[in-house]
Design a protein around this ligand. Structure first.
Ligand SMILES: Cc1cc2nc3c(=O)[nH]c(=O)nc-3n(C[C@H](O)[C@H](O)[C@H](O)COP(=O)(O)OP(=O)(O)OC[C@H]3O[C@@H](n4cnc5c(N)ncnc54)[C@H](O)[C@@H]3O)c2cc1C
Length: 388
């Protein structure tokens, strides 16, 4: 296995690192957390830099680059804050990839250029108040009426909230039960009958728009079907690239916390010496580094394997499981290195710990990924509904 980066990839990382320092992204991250206001000017900036849609098809205005490039960019920016990485995440590993991979020519032409220029964004809308892990029990329903569908239902925890332009809604078509009835329908903001619930108040990721979506007799044209019922597998397989993005967020947050801990340990003196001279602190920092590097290998393996397509389900699930756990441990340990200052909101560590905790739930919980991994290890599916 070759884990060396190309010159272009090294340049991308260096550019983002330098930009973050020059433009004081650390301060922007703290301000975003404090005010809960997303730094929207980043969207235009990233579009001008070619970071939005860098993995989408070149013939529709995307960058045509492999998934790993976006993963590296997300990781680098998430060292400052996942909010600062969010537009790169959404436009490269979000549901726009479903359109890029499975959409019609017309769908690609109408959405991908807008996503790359930052004028459009697509939210993924799977979760419902009564169906999260148990996704195939979802009750949002699209009923055929001539040349369109009538959509009814409610989605919960939708990132992008009322700030996205388009919504990839996982819906049941008609009365087909189970996963076979689920497909993906693209809903546009402003369609009559489509409204939003109140903004979620999360522990972390402050500044991230998130709320319920409410569909009441929304008339959606037939041509907005991106994935038809029966092709649910295509929806879920594409979601595995989002899971690599989720894992890259974990690498970034943990990497940012580790950098802070290493710097602080060399400045903070106790007993007349920097705390970095105590072996207990050194070992703690070493353990954090080992965990982060191990997670990197899993995430890079999954993303590199995806090439310009999709990662292996097994590799993406394993990377996410490990990275989700790793980030909670590394940010917690980094807080400890900071002593009392780690717990203070004057320093970034407590924010990083709050931000890092989100990923173990977002994108599917660690338990559900373990259910997937168990099926690979034992060579058979485990029906979660058994015993009913
Ligand atoms: C920050 C954030 C962003 C999000 N963004 C989006 C988004 O943009 N779009 C979207 O659609 N959703 C989004 N979500 C929702 C997220 O995908 C769901 O919260 C998640 O899938 C879990 O669903 P749930 O909350 O209903 O928990 P539940 O499904 O009720 O699970 C509760 C607990 O039970 C465990 N559990 C359930 N079933 C089993 C089982 N069979 N075996 C073992 N354990 C089990 C789970 O692991 C979990 O620990 C987001 C969530 C968060 C926190």
């Amino acid at each position: 296995m070759d884990f060396s980066f190309t010159q272009e990839q090294e340049m991308l990382r260096e550019t983002l690192r330098t930009m973050g320092k020059r433009e004081n992204f650390k301060e922007m991250a703290a301000k975003t957390d404090e005010t809960g206001i997303f730094p929207r000017h980043l969207i235009k900036k990233y579009a001008d830099m070619g970071l939005l849609g860098m993995t989408l098809s070149a013939e529709y205005g995307g960058g045509g680059r492999p998934a790993i490039d976006a993963i590296l960019a997300i990781e680098e920016l998430a060292k400052f804050s996942p909010m600062i990485a969010a537009p790169v995440f959404e436009s490269n590993v979000g549901p726009v990839r479903v359109i890029d991979m499975f959409g019609s020519e017309a769908q690609k032409r109408s959405i991908i250029p807008g996503v790359c220029s930052g004028e459009m964004s697509v939210s993924v809308c799977m979760t419902e108040p009564e169906a999260g892990s148990d996704l195939t029990s979802l009750t949002t329903r699209a009923v055929e009426r001539g040349d369109h569908y009538i959509l009814n239902g409610r989605k919960a925890f939708i990132t992008g909230a009322d700030e996205a332009s388009h919504y990839m809604v996982y819906t049941r078509f008609g009365d087909i039960s189970g996963y076979k009835g689920i497909g993906g329908l693209l809903v546009e903001k402003g369609m009559p009958g489509f409204s939003f619930g109140k903004q979620e108040r999360y522990m972390g990721l402050r500044g991230m728009p998130s709320c319920d979506l409410i569909f009441e007799d929304v008339k959606v044209p037939r041509e907005n079907v991106i994935v038809k019922p029966g092709d649910f597998r295509n929806l879920m397989m594409t979601f595995d690239i989002e899971r690599c993005g989720n894992s890259a967020m974990c690498l970034g947050v943990a990497g940012g916390a580790l950098d802070e801990a290493v710097a602080y340990a060399q400045q903070r003196n106790t007993f007349g010496r920097p705390i970095s001279e105590f072996q207990a602190i050194q070992f703690q920092v070493v353990e954090m580094t080992v965990k982060l590097e191990a997670a990197r290998l899993l995430v890079y393996r999954a993303a590199t394997g995806a090439g310009r397509g999709l990662p292996s389900i097994y590799e993406a699930a394993m990377a996410k499981c490990f990275a989700n756990q790793m980030v909670t441990e590394v940010t917690d340990d980094a807080m400890q290195v900071f002593g009392g200052y780690g717990y203070s909101t004057e320093f970034p560590l407590e924010r990083m710990a709050r931000d890092g905790r989100a990923w173990r739930v977002a994108g599917g919980t660690a338990n559900m990924l373990k259910v997937t991994l168990a099926s690979f290890i034992f060579g058979r599916r485990f029906d979660q509904r058994k015993g009913k």
